[in-house]
Design a protein around this ligand. Sequence first.
Ligand SMILES: C[S@@+](CC[C@H](N)C(=O)[O-])C[C@H]1O[C@@H](n2cnc3c(N)ncnc32)[C@H](O)[C@@H]1O
Length: 234
Amino acid sequence: MQGWIVPPPKEPTKSRAEFTKERHKKVEWLIRRGYLRSERIKEAMLRVPREDFIPHMYKDYAYREVPLPIPGQEATISCPHSYPLFYEPLGLDKDHKFLEVGLGSGYGTALAREIVGPDGLVVSIEIDPLTFEFAKSNLEKAGYNDIVLIKEDGALGYREMSPYCRIAITAACNKIPPPLIEQLRIGGRLIGPVKKYRTQHLVLLAKNDDGIIKEVVCEVLYVSLRGRYEDKQD
Ligand SMILES: C[S@@+](CC[C@H](N)C(=O)[O-])C[C@H]1O[C@@H](n2cnc3c(N)ncnc32)[C@H](O)[C@@H]1O
């Protein structure tokens, strides 16, 4: 993983109680650092056991600020602060229909499911078959059985359930794939990392009747988007 020092794999030693304590401490840290602001996202982060979405040999590092390897080509579970970093500016909330591109471990998907609540909907797409099976099994074991999981190129979106209130892309693209902008409803927002020279910008788009308003949230470092929109120049 370019740019990150991944800790060595080892047999996990931590108990459920220790993980729960670490989760609470992490949430307090995220609030102090200004990443986490809304009550719904905070509640979701307290509720979802991140350790259940991490491969056995990396579990003890669940709450460290480092992306950890998961099955699949260059696949990772993002660091804990990435989730409020995306979901706060996105304004992900109760009752939203949410599309995630890049299911990864399923952790961000589980958080989104908690945030949108019983009247919302979460659709998540993963291109890598190994990663897809890993996430599906994690989500099923954790009791999330009502998330729509699609094994496809997420850059093409999932037209059948569009338009979406919110869309998050969790892999870095050269430009936001046009099908995703099309599948965003008017009044909706989309967030994702966009490559900019040697860095990446976390870009937030708001779609309204007059068009698209773009804002750069911060610099980030994500694995590259694969599939139809991989390595295409603007
Ligand atoms: C940083 S990881 C996502 C981490 C995830 N949010 C989590 O909680 O574990 C990015 C994911 O995007 C996936 N990906 C890359 N290109 C994709 C595409 N075109 N469609 C769907 N998934 C894609 C990768 O296989 C990888 O699993």
